[in-house]
Design a protein around this ligand. Structure first.
Ligand code: HEM
Length: 262
């Protein structure tokens, strides 16, 4: 881990040097990338130094890659394990292709908004797997909850999986059941895939967009065939099939995404 970090820091240092040499001062705000925007940040008259900028980029790389990849893997696997859900999700994607004007070349945001069933599949995946198991907070004042007092200054660990697996919130919580979201009536405080409050995950919309996009194309054109079906799941740091989801990915002969409206 330490070695990997050292390697990444070296790569990113070269990028920082390049950006500094590019004199991004002449670029407009919309032309600047994240690294250039971080270089502009000023707090109490002080700019971030290279080490801080690299640290933030590394955090985003880590927070933004593993979690979305895991959620996508689980959604694909759950669908493979539940053929009736897979068919429903696939039909929805085929419907979208059928309604697509011939002038349109690929998936657009408006179509993602139409994916009602897939949105349930994604929410159910995020609930059932709970990619980020917990978060931490510090009590700024004494807080009283359900007859317990959390004294000021105490650190609290919020265990999201406990909430997502509570049968009071979700009957038969271990079942993968996208239909439980049908009435869209989950109670406040029962669904925290991306945390809550001012530290809510800033990548939640991007993550969901990535998952929708992957599933759209995958459902239309591919099929997953796990090599070791039924492998036991390991739980820390992320829930993962014990064999790391070894699988064959087959391209379907009747590739639906190339379906043309007639
Ligand atoms: C399925 C994918 C993802 C899940 C389940 C997830 C989940 C979470 C959770 C639970 C938190 C803690 C929030 C809190 O304490 O209230 C968090 C924080 C964070 N996430 Fe994500 N995340 C995902 C994708 C991403 C992506 C794609 C990015 C960036 C591109 C990202 C960047 C971050 C960052 C920077 C934080 C720290 C925010 C802060 O402390 O202010 N995440 N995420």
């Amino acid at each position: 881990m330490h070695q990997a970090r050292k390697k990444l820091v070296k790569i990113l240092q070269a990028v920082v040097d390049g950006r500094r040499a590019r004199k991004s001062g002449n670029l407009s705000e919309t032309q600047k990338d994240m690294m250039e925007l971080l270089m502009d940040v000023e707090e109490n008259g002080r700019k971030l130094d290279d080490e801080e900028i690299i640290d933030i980029i590394l955090m985003y790389l880590n927070a933004g890659h593993e979690s979305s990849a895991h959620a996508t893997m689980w959604a694909t696997l759950f669908l493979q394990q539940h053929p009736e859900c897979l068919q429903k999700a696939k039909r929805e994607q085929e419907e979208i292709i059928r309604g697509r004007p011939s002038t349109e070349k690929g998936l657009i945001y408006k179509e993602i908004k139409q994916m009602e069933y897939l949105s349930k599949v994604i929410d159910e995946t995020l609930r059932a797997v709970t990619i980020s198991l917990f978060t931490c907070r510090e009590a700024k004042t004494d807080v009283s909850i359900n007859g317990y007092t959390i004294p000021q200054g105490w650190k609290v660990l919020v265990w999201f999986r406990g909430v997502h697996m509570d049968p009071e919130n979700y009957p038969n919580p271990k079942d993968f059941n996208p239909s439980r979201w049908e009435e869209n009536k989950h109670k406040v405080g029962t669904f925290f895939p991306f945390g809550r409050g001012t530290r809510l995950c800033p990548g939640s919309d991007l993550a969901k967009l990535e998952i929708y996009t992957f599933l759209h194309y995958f459902l239309l054109d591919y099929e997953l065939e796990p090599l070791n079906p039924g492998t036991a799941v390991t739980y820390l740091p992320h829930s993962t099939p014990g064999d790391n989801c070894l699988a064959k990915i087959k391209k379907l002969s009747s590739s639906s995404s190339s379906y043309k409206k007639v």
